[in-house]
Each structure stands twice: as C-alpha cells, then as structure tokens.
Design a protein around this ligand. Structure first.
Ligand code: PRX
Length: 635
C-alpha cells in the first residue's frame, strides 16, 4: 500500500527526496504495486525529443492491481456505489468481487468479438456502472479505451472515432439527466455513418427508449453478458503500452488524443489520490465529475480503485430534483471526501443557502475543487456552508495531460489559502518562465507555468501525431513541459493559477479551443468569419463571446442568425460550446498581415473599452470603434 504523507514536515521531506533523486523516489512508490516483471530502468527521458519512458520493460496489468491485489482483503467491500439520476430509484453497490466478475465477463465478450491488445474502443455512455466496467474490461485485455463525454455531438464523436480508428463502440440506448432523456444511441448511429472502422456496437439498456437496432452490427450488453465465461486472465502489458486515449482541446481546431500509458499512470493516479485526499480505509469518496473527462478517469475509477477505496458514481445532475442533491448524496452515503468543480459550487451558491443549510454533512472530512480557478467568494461559501469551517479545501491544479493532480494542497497538511493551488505534489518541479523562456526564480513572480522534469502520470504523445506533441508541449520553452497556463508565485512560494495563456478557454471547467468554436460558427452559410474569446462569467468562470461577420442577414434578422449559429455549434460540437454572447460586426480587428488581434477582442469582451496597449499594427482602427459602438447601442 502507498504510505500517506501525514505532516507538513513529512511533505517537505518527501518533496525534497523526489527532486533530489526522482528515480529512487518513484521506484519506492512503484514497488507497492504488483508487477509481473520488474522494470530494468526507472526513467528514460529527453524533453527535446519528447521522449518519456517510465518503468522501462516493467510488465503489469492495471486491473490486476485493482482486483487480484485487493481481493483477499476487500472482496465484499463496496468498490463502486452507484447513485441513479432519480433519488427514488434503486441505487447499486458493486463490491470488489462483483465488479471483478463483471469485468472478467465483459473482457471475455470483447475477446469473443475478436478485440485484441492495442485495438481502440470508443465508449460513449452516460454515468452508469457499465461505463466503468467497459473501461476496466478494455484495460484487462489491453484494448485502448477512448471515452468520449456523452454531451458531445455526433460530429465530435465521429471525429474522435475516426482519429483513433476504433473498431468497436460501447454505448447505451439513452441516458437520464434530470428530467431529460438523452438519445445516446441515436447520436452514435449518426456518428457511425461516417466511421468505416467501426465493426460492432454494444448497447446497454438503460432508458428502454425506442431505438434503431441494427442486428448485424448492434449487440445488446445484457445478451452478450449472459453466457460470457466467468474467468479472464489479465493480459500482460508493458509499462509503456497505451492504457487509454482521451481527447482534449488545444489551440487548433482539431482535438488532441492525449495518450496515457499503463505503468506510470497507475502509479501516479493512485499516489496522488491517496495523498491529496488523505483517503483512509472505510471512507466513501465522491467525485462529481463525469468519467468522460480526465477527472473521472483518475478520481472516480483508477485512483480510488487502485487504492482499494469505495468510489461513488453519480448518474444525475446537481440540481435534480433540487439544488440539494449533492448534499443528500453526502448524507445518504456518509461521504468523507467530496470533489467537484468551482462552476458547480457557484451555481449552487446562486440558488440559495436553504438547500445546504439543514443537511447533515458531518461525515465530510475533505473538500476538493478542480478544473478552473476558484474565486474567493465561492471558496468561502464552500468552506463555510458545505465544510462548516472544519474541512480543508484542496484546490487541485492539473490537466488531461498531467494524468493526475500536480499542484495542490495535501488535505489538512499543507495550509490552504483561498484561490491558491498552493504547492507542487512530490515529483512535480514547476518553473515559471517569462515570454522569452527565462526562468523567473524566487518569490512574487508571475509568468508561464512549465514543469522541468517528467513525472510518471504525464502524457506520452498525441495519438497519431508525435510531432504535434513535441511542438505543443516542448518547443515553446526549451527543455520544459509547457502547460498553457499562466501562474503567479506569491511571497509564501504558493502557486495561484491565473488561467490559460493560449487560445483555449475554460467554460464551466470544460476546455474549449477557440478555433474549434470558430470553425463551427463559420460553417453557417451566412457567416464570413468569426473570432471567439472568453469573458468573465459569474457561474461558468468563463463564457464564450463570438464576434461574427456575416455576408448578409437572413429574413430572421440578427436574432434569427444568432439562434441558428447557436444551433449549428450545438450540432457540430455539443451544447457545451454554445456561445453565450454573439455580436454581429462589420469587421474584425486585424493586423496588416491579416492576423486577428484577439487581445483587443478579449478586452472588449471583458467590458474594457480602453487600455488596448500597442495598436500600431492594427490595419483599421475604425473597426474597433464600430464594435464598441455596437455594444453601447445595445446597452
Ligand atoms: O487552465 C487549467 C484549468 O483546466 C485546464 C486543464 O483542463 P482539462 O485538461 O480539461 O483538465 C481539467 C481537470 C484536471 C488547465 O490547463 N485548471 C484545472 N484545474 C485548475 C485549473 N485552473 C485553476 N485552478 C485549478 N485548480
């Protein structure tokens, strides 16, 4: 088992060891896992070539480290508690033994379908236990799962299936979200029309919705599981074999397939889970993310289960049947650690205290946040009303790319400060550099957040595009991993994340490339061009502001066009990318070389109509005046 850091002195000591001799440090942690063959070398790396290999030639399987390793002591302990969308429906508890049985059976189903180690499987599912079973069964046989958040459109799903050349899609007939039923299978059907690599679709029955079932292609989950063989021996995986691909947005219009590997991800997700949340045996852990995002991968499934923890998986939304749902779940299952996004906190905060005030939250020990900066007001509300002034808040900074938490307090051990992610986890060596890549050492500095030494959980490549991997993360600043975030280190040496410095915006904790949204807007037949920037939004953190140039206006006028643009973006990407504000303009501010000056648009979107800095390269200043006049006219 992984030892927990238990004092501030212990953290300082561990951190120092992890920097002085990272290989010895990680080797010691990795030894607490089950390896079929031990590694020959702990680390082989070169950031200039974007080469990172951990636990070289080590052989293992992550599911063996979840099940076989824990079965002697935890067979009857709940592994996953599943809370359904509707509070009156039956919840489900899967013990380690039960979950293991399901995974072995489903692994055999996959094998019977001819799925082999290294094949890619796309999973597009609501938050039901079969989602976790499917992903772990993939890991069991060495197939690579690519989970796509079920809020993405058919078009986005198809892009991801095509990029990964997935042979199989696992899905459900529909999904419950509050009062709505989401037609999941219809979306999959539409997506697959353009995906020649997909041979079969496995469908879980969840909503009993009317669906089109293609007997030569579609297979019911419950039918293929009925006669599946019960035992399955885990495939031997190399530590550096791919465990999963997870797509995320970048500065271009094409999402990146972030690749994580078996050995390093296992060690890192498990280590950070145990330490950051200070998980103890018997605790029930609740992470409210969707498994379609990295937070769900690492802190609903892999991190907790590798530690033999009990993880709560919630199908629904925080406001159904009312805004007290999370607190009802905390009370019902006596949750010890609760992990959510600042957006959720802000949204619940705006609905009033009465939903949280009279709930028994005495089981809570630790609160966590992730995905975006947390403002002080939300931090205090969370601390006072949910944590009742006694639970430390871990504001965890990390990314799809980092695999696990990288800068964060250790609960109850590293003193917290509102809106600060505080200090690096052991093994993480952050550096702050200026625009020229010069390291800004010391305290009270601000700049670009980089990491100068590899850690086991970091991404290894971008699926199918190693050059892009190298260019995106290792060429902006020489020999450093560049996160894309701005950061400040204060007088105490604490880190405060300032947000993205690239063309990525963070809407409700969801990462979005401005280029992706622009492309979707530009698909509209009346749109000539567009520019998308983020702006401060009281609930979402950042909202999407689109400046759009139209060739002509349709009969519906400006409002008609705005509605159809929103519809178009929802169809092409998904509802999460729908612009909050659309302004129809005559032109965009451009440099003489034709580059859009986003800096100016960002200022305007923030409501700052001056302080544009150097505008000498601007081709036509009247464009800016026109945009501002347009806003003022609308009031
Ligand atoms: O900008 C940072 C922000 O979310 C980005 C990563 O998004 P994604 O890959 O979707 O992963 C989110 C969940 C790990 C980062 O580049 N971010 C994440 N956590 C924080 C944060 N910003 C401020 N504070 C955080 N705690």
């Amino acid at each position: 088992m992984i030892d927990k850091i238990s004092t501030l002195g212990g953290y300082i000591h561990e951190y120092q060891k992890s920097v002085e001799n990272p290989e010895a440090f990680w080797s010691r942690i990795a030894e607490s896992f089950f390896w079929r063959k031990k590694w020959d070398k702990v680390l082989d790396w070169d950031f200039s070539e974007a080469r990172i290999n951990w636990f070289v030639n080590g052989k293992m399987n992550i599911t063996e480290n979840i099940f076989e390793r824990h079965l002697f002591t935890r067979a009857d302990q709940p592994a996953i508690i599943w809370e359904p969308n509707h509070p009156n429906d039956e919840h489900r508890v899967l013990s380690y033994r039960e979950l293991f049985n399901e995974i072995q059976k489903f692994a055999n189903v996959l094998i019977n379908l001819g799925i082999q180690k290294g094949d890619r499987i796309a999973i597009y599912m609501p938050m039901i236990p079969e989602l976790a079973i499917a992903m772990l069964a993939c890991a069991r046989i060495g197939a690579i799962h690519s989970i796509v958040f079920a809020g993405f459109s058919a078009n986005s799903l198809a892009d991801r299936i095509i990029d990964a050349e997935a042979r199989l899609v696992i899905t459900s007939d529909g999904g419950f979200r509050g009062n709505k039923i989401i037609p999941i299978k219809d979306i999959v059907d539409e997506a697959i029309e353009n995906c020649p690599t997909v041979e079969k679709v496995i469908v879980v029955q969840r909503t009993n919705s009317d669906i089109t079932f293609k007997p030569d292609r579609d297979i019911w989950w419950h039918k293929c599981m009925t006669n599946a063989k019960k035992e399955n021996k885990a495939e031997t995986m190399d530590a550096e074999d791919t465990l999963f691909i997870l797509y995320t947005s970048g500065s271009t219009d094409k999402p990146k397939g972030i690749v994580h590997t078996c050995g390093g991800y296992m060690v890192y997700s498990a280590y950070t889970f145990k330490n950051v949340f200070q998980y103890s045996d018997g605790d029930q852990f609740f992470c409210s993310a969707d498994i379609g995002w990295i937070t769900g991968h690492s802190y609903i499934v892999y991190g907790p289960l590798l530690n033999g923890a009990t993880s709560l998986m919630f199908e629904g939304i925080p406001t159904f049947p009312d805004a007290g749902r999370y607190w009802d779940i905390v009370r019902k299952y006596k949750i010890a650690q609760f992990y959510t996004a600042p957006t959720a906190i802000r949204s619940l905060m705006s609905m009033g205290q009465e939903y949280v005030e009279n709930k028994d939250l005495s089981s809570l020990k630790v609160l966590g946040t992730v995905g975006e900066p947390i403002n002080e007001e939300a931090w205090h509300w969370y601390h006072d009303h949910v944590g009742k002034n006694r639970c430390p808040i871990v504001d965890t900074w990390w990314q799809t790319e980092t695999g696990g938490i990288t800068i964060s307090p250790i609960a109850g051990i590293i003193p917290t400060k509102p809106s600060f992610a505080t200090l690096p986890q052991p093994g993480i060596q952050p550096v702050i550099v200026d625009g020229d890549g010069k390291e800004l050492s010391g305290k009270s500095v601000e700049g670009n957040l980089c990491i100068k030494f590899p850690w086991p959980g970091m991404l290894r490549t971008i699926w199918g595009d190693h050059e892009r991997f190298k260019k995106t993360y290792f060429s902006t600043f020489k020999n450093l991993y560049f996160s894309g975030d701005g950061v400040k280190r204060d007088e105490d040496g604490y880190y405060r994340i300032l947000g993205r410095v690239d063309d990525v915006i963070n809407v409700s904790g969801h990462r979005m490339g401005t280029a992706e949204v622009e492309n979707a807007i530009n698909e509209h037949p009346l749109v000539n061009e567009s520019a998308v920037v983020g702006f401060p939004h009281p609930i979402k953190g950042q909202g999407i502001y689109a400046f759009v140039v139209c060739g002509s206006l349709s009969t519906g006028g400006e409002e008609g066009i705005k509605t159809s643009i929103r519809k178009g973006v929802t169809k092409i990407i998904g509802a999460i990318a729908k612009p909050d504000k659309i302004q129809i303009v005559n032109g965009l501010p451009k440099t003489r070389s034709g580059k859009i000056m986003r800096r100016i648009l960002r200022k305007i979107a923030q409501g700052d109509y001056s302080n544009f800095g150097d505008i000498s390269t601007l081709l036509d200043t009247s464009v800016v005046d026109e945009i501002i006049q347009g806003i003022l006219k609308e009031g």
